[in-house]
Design a protein around this ligand. Sequence first.
Ligand code: GSH
Length: 313
Amino acid sequence: MGLLIDGEWSTQWYDTKSNGGKFKRSAAAFRNWVTKDGSAGPSGEGGFEAESGRYHLYVSLACPWAHRTLIFRKLKDLTDHIDVTVVDAKMPDEHGWTIPEGADPVNNAQTMWQVYVAAKSDYTGRVTVPVLWDKKRNTIVSNESAEIIRMFNSAFNEITGNNDDYYPEALHNEIDEVNERVYHTVNNGVYKSGFATTQEAYDEAVTELFDSLEWLEDKLGKQKYLAGDQITEADWRLFTTLVRFDPVYHGHFKCNIKRIADYPNITRLVHELIEVPEVKDTINMDHIKTHYYWSHTSINPHRIVPKGPEINF
Ligand SMILES: N[C@@H](CCC(=O)N[C@@H](CS)C(=O)NCC(=O)O)C(=O)O
């Protein structure tokens, strides 16, 4: 684990000491938006117009945040318009996310930190995936998955002819409300549990996480999807955490009060979403298990990747 300081890679673990043992996720640094006509989005600057072939996505198949963007790329028929670089499953402390030989035709980078430095030579901060890169302006548009999926949801509609809407106006309130709780206590909740370095911080995170899973189980007993009777962004944002839960978070991050398999309604949702065309192809269990168990040596010092559990997606 490490980060960039003034454009130089520095190996260090998350600082939880100054925080009572709690893991605190830092905010993403690049917050521009691709829009239909290049006008500025809700944050950042304008000048990023939707165009076929102009943007490039860097992802890890292990990462739940990057996984969202890969799903939206498929759902919204963007595969012919936005190409992808997939980083190695293993993320060594010495240089963080690693790019396999020949996998980056855009920046020809060997590590993700080189991509960040190519965008901003004195960048200070974490080097995370996903990253949406603009080949025209040679910079990072965004490294915030929640915003990248919103861009994919609508900015390229005229290019693809795909008008499916996973953030429909009429459901904004429901979606925002679910996202807010799911983000803090589930998507990020598993990390807060796993990276906690005091008993209290872990207890608090894991309790909140399972309270939210009970809440979701109850909700999904009354309605088909998280915002009602249609699949929305809220379902996809939860989904990428759910598919990693039993194989990784349950053991590696000590989120083990129950398994997802013990919640029938949540399990029903996972199975339904997996059957959406092309979604199954975005799940790579080998990358998922190898990444977490191998890369987090402060949690799993011998880097042993467990064989199980058997999962029948
Ligand atoms: N806010 C970001 C978070 C992305 C993120 O934290 N990605 C993880 C991988 S799952 C990462 O790259 N971590 C490396 C690090 O923190 O150094 C988003 O949702 O896009």
